[in-house]
Write a protein that binds this ligand. Structure first.
Ligand SMILES: NC(=O)c1ccc[n+]([C@@H]2O[C@H](COP(=O)([O-])OP(=O)(O)OC[C@H]3O[C@@H](n4cnc5c(N)ncnc54)[C@H](OP(=O)(O)O)[C@@H]3O)[C@@H](O)[C@H]2O)c1
Length: 233
């Protein structure tokens, strides 16, 4: 059975990716910080497949080491999904007054942690000729007021993904923008607003899984393009 490590898998998009892979009988290593919802996800998905759930913060080096040890004990890693992400303060502050400790946290979770996890997983990914899926955002390429911290972090993640792909032609490395989704993070980005018109995270999953199934060239993709059949970047 193929093996995937998905960060931030207790809710939102991460949970839906895990659900879809569990239905395909992939083995799963999952994390999230809050143990209860993570355990609930593992219990649900464990009815279909083998699941190991390790609570922790992706920005915590010791937690990342635990994830790596679990993956190493299983041999090969077919898919690393760097999905866990930090939005920053809500409401989103302009850069002029962005608290720098919050900015550092956003960069730690959204850029440093995915790179650090990839470093640790490289041996297992290389053995499998695996895929790295880094969750990006339109905020990485559009200059929305208030989105400077998170957007800069996602832009950095996009670039790191591109460099990683150039350095590791044996892997497939994708940065992918899933589009707006009706999740906790999205509600925090738009506090007090009605976000019920946004699609559910499950709606983005088939497009994202095209990258895993069809393995187009490494690069940056948008779920909206993948959903309509094009793989234009
Ligand atoms: N929602 C959108 O409209 C949208 C749009 C574009 C891109 N994205 C991207 O899509 C991805 C998924 O977002 P989402 O909206 O599904 O998020 P979400 O609903 O807020 O879920 C986030 C998940 O990640 C976990 N998590 C958060 N911080 C973590 C950390 N430091 N370490 C480990 N786990 C952590 C959360 O659990 P705990 O809180 O218990 O840790 C939860 O399981 C993110 O990369 C996001 O940037 C989202």
């Amino acid at each position: 059975m193929p093996l995937a490590l998905i960060t931030g898998a207790s809710a939102g998009l991460g949970r839906e990716i895990a659900r879809a892979l569990a239905a395909r009988r992939w083995s799963l290593v999952l994390d999230a910080r809050t143990p209860g919802p993570l355990r609930a996800a593992a219990t649900e998905l464990g009815r279909d497949t083998w699941v190991e759930a390790l609570p922790g913060d992706v920005a915590d080096a010791a937690h990342r080491t635990d994830l790596a040890a679990t993956v190493a004990s299983l041999g090969e890693l077919d898919l690393l999904v760097n999905n866990a992400s930090e939005l920053g303060p809500s409401p989103l502050p302009p850069l002029a007054s962005y608290p720098l400790d919050a900015l550092t946290r956003v960069l730690d979770v959204d850029v440093v942690a995915p790179i650090a996890l990839t470093q640790l997983m490289l041996p297992a990914l290389t053995r499998a000729g695996g895929t790295v899926l880094n969750l990006s955002s339109d905020a990485a390429v559009e200059a929305y007021p208030g989105w400077g911290g998170y957007g800069a972090a996602k832009a950095a993640l996009d670039h790191a993904s591109a460099v990683l792909a150039a350095e590791h032609p044996e892997l497939h490395v994708y940065a992918v923008d899933p589009g707006d989704m009706r999740t906790e993070m999205h509600q925090r980005a738009f506090p007090g607003e009605d976000i019920s018109d946004r699609p559910l995270p499950a709606d983005a999953v088939p497009a994202l899984l095209r990258l895993v199934d069809e393995r187009p060239p490494s690069g940056r993709y948008r779920a909206a393009d993948l959903a309509t059949g094009s793989v234009n970047r």
